[in-house]
Design a protein around this ligand. Structure first.
Ligand SMILES: [Zn+2]
Length: 402
């Protein structure tokens, strides 16, 4: 039995007065999603818990059947795994942003003018030496990067240097426990040295000449240690593949033991190459039981406050879905969190979910959207319940008791 799990990042929304009190999903023409809703079983899902806005990392942990409250220490390890860094026990990983600061270390741009190519800058950071620890640094997409410190006696219990807003000074990293004092000291030292290296780097001098913002500071956040995740192929006897562009999602899937499929032209945004992702999903099904296809343009449109772009992207994804129907025994459509266009941030509203395939108790729901799915046979589940439910339908349930 094979399953396609389509995860629509941030697709769920709230009713909008300017859309006639409908949500973008209710307004969009999406015949394939609606047909699957008719054939399948639908419901609402609290990815983490009712009223808790999920992060993309904790949401995906839950969608792969883990309890995020139990295994999550910070986003850093998932970013690092997504960047292709092989983490070891004891490593401390952080998410890093290439940013622009002025002489007084006031943040002028958290993304360094949306810098694209950071390869040379990242290599220069990777050459910084700190006493007693190894610095591993890798850039991913755009201004994003991951930092890993490898050595003895490190702790993830430190604060961020990222002030999370423009016009604020970068923060001193502080230890949150006595054991973390050394780590905080090392990270502050690294931040200082990275600033020096970046300020003087030819690539930045070149940017300044072209009137572009220099990427002269690393904003650090989300320190964490690698969690132990029982791999999907052990827990559910499922071989899984991940088709995603976002490093954070790839990282979660990689740590869950899934194969990561790199897709040319997949950007994690509205301009992503959906055809290439669709083809990669079909290929992945040849050697895997579970193909997780992650699409993120909805979230970008929502963060931009653009309802029209969101509706249009839903229709494009529905079109792509047409090529996937019939390619696997089961299709499940899930959303990792609600990102209302009117709020531009993740919120805690539950998301619609459906499972279509042999043996499901099809219900009366005729459309895949936030309000229709509320009447479905799955009722209201938690994110971590989805994969066990699916695995059981696929004949891979784990019996509890005699
Ligand atoms: Zn997300």
């Amino acid at each position: 039995m094979k399953t396609i799990m389509l995860i629509c990042d941030g697709m769920a929304d709230r009713p909008m007065p300017e859309l006639g009190n409908r949500t973008p999903l209710e307004l969009a023409k999406k015949p394939n999603m609606d047909e699957l809703a008719r054939r399948g079983i639908c419901g609402l899902m609290d990815t983490i818990a009712p009223g808790v806005p999920p992060g993309s990392d904790t949401a995906h942990l839950a969608l792969l059947g883990y309890d995020p409250q139990e295994v999550y220490t910070g986003r850093g390890p998932f970013e690092a795994a997504g960047a292709g860094i092989d983490l070891r026990a004891g490593d401390i990983a952080l998410r890093a942003n290439f940013a622009t600061v002025d002489d007084k270390l006031i943040v002028k741009d958290r993304r360094a003018g949306r810098i694209q190519d950071t390869g040379q800058l990242a290599a220069a950071i990777g050459r910084i030496k700190l006493p007693g620890v190894r610095v591993i640094f890798k850039s991913t997409v755009g201004h994003r990067a991951a930092l890993v410190l490898r050595g003895r006696g490190l702790s993830h219990e430190v604060t961020d240097s990222d002030p999370h807003e423009l016009g604020s000074k970068v923060l001193q990293i502080k230890p949150l426990s006595r054991e973390a004092a050394k780590t905080a000291r090392l990270l502050n030292e690294l931040s200082r040295r990275a600033h020096q290296v970046l300020k003087a780097h030819p690539a930045n001098l070149e940017r300044a000449k072209g009137g572009m913002l220099p990427a002269n500071y690393l904003l650090l956040r989300g320190a964490g240690v690698i969690p132990h995740l029982e791999p999907l192929h052990e827990r559910f006897k499922l071989r899984g593949a991940c088709i995603a562009a976002a490093a954070l999602v790839k990282g979660v899937c990689r740590m869950a033991g899934m194969t990561i499929v790199d897709v040319p032209g997949a950007t994690g945004g509205l301009d992503t190459n959906l055809n290439a992702k669709c083809d990669a999903t079909l290929r992945a099904l040849e050697s895997n039981e579970l193909a997780l296809l992650h699409v993120k343009g909805f979230d970008e449109a929502s963060h931009d406050g653009n309802a029209a772009a969101k509706v249009q992207f839903i229709e494009r994804v529905d079109d792509m879905l047409g090529s996937l129907v019939g390619a696997a025994d089961f299709i499940t459509i899930a959303v990792d969190h609600t990102t209302p266009v009117g709020v531009r941030e993740h919120t805690g509203d539950p998301v619609p979910v459906l499972i279509a395939g042999p043996g499901v108790r099809a219900d009366d729901v005729r459309a895949y959207d936030e309000r229709s799915c509320a009447r479905g046979g799955l009722g209201r589940i938690r994110g971590k319940d989805l994969l066990p439910t699916l695995a059981d339908l696929m004949g891979k349930g784990r019996k509890f008791g005699a």
